[in-house]
Design a protein around this ligand. Sequence first.
Ligand code: AMP
Ligand code: MG
Length: 271
Amino acid sequence: MKEHLIKPGKKIDLRKIDPGDCGKWAGRKEEAKKLLEGLSSKLERLQEVMYAEHKQRLLIVLQAMDAGGKDGTIRSVFDGVNPQGVRVVNFKTPTTTELDRDYLWRIHSQVPARGEIVIFNRSHYEDVLVVRVHELVPEEVWKKRYRQIVNFEKMLVDEGTTILKFFLHIDKEEQKQRFLDRLNDPDKQWKFNPNDVDERRYWDNYMQAFETLLEKTSTNFAPWYVVPSNRNWYRNLVVTNTIVEQLKKLNMKYPELEGNIEDFKQAVQSS
Ligand code: AMP
Ligand code: MG
């Protein structure tokens, strides 16, 4: 699934990346689901060690268009993971307190601590997405942010954070279907936001903004993955697999108990 990794500096044309792609898993959904079950158990165990070791930090960034599957990914991929040591942060329209400060202020305050996995549901990338598309700040301001973001992420990585960034890629037709599904399901209607329909007019502008950020901010130390996300099961497989592979590389270990185990056992027995 390495094919979804965006190599630094690569020119991106999102129209050439099929959101319905399932790679070698096309037509093998049931097999893929079995594999995913195994990967999910691996993720659970890796997160346990990570929490116990209290050394590594993992930051996962999720970006997508509305109904792109950010919430669903978080629910599915981290289902079963011990909630201790995992935290989700949603970034909404900035408050006045946040707008009075630089755009990275609210982001930096939420990065993972040692032993923690933090999932950003939207992120500092909104500051070169919605902000760019709707000209919420002048171009000369948002243009500088790509470099600032790369520098910020480099600092986090140098200080010991691992960063994985996922763009959940759906197409405009799939989004329409998902909005309709929301409206047709009383339990999902709350998710529908009439403004999201207006935003569809800006689809191409968003795609352009995504292409620029993928080109400018996918680095060796904090890579972007473009995940074909029309199929939830394939999306979950790619995201889970990528996280598991990354965590395995960290060679984490349970801390060793200092002292003599037999002595401790005896002490417990005779207590
Ligand atoms: P939702 O994720 O559907 O709850 O919506 C959150 C909304 O907040 C989206 O419309 C985002 O575009 C918006 N948002 C998030 N970050 C920013 C930001 N930095 N500037 C402006 N709008 C933002
Ligand atoms: Mg929304």
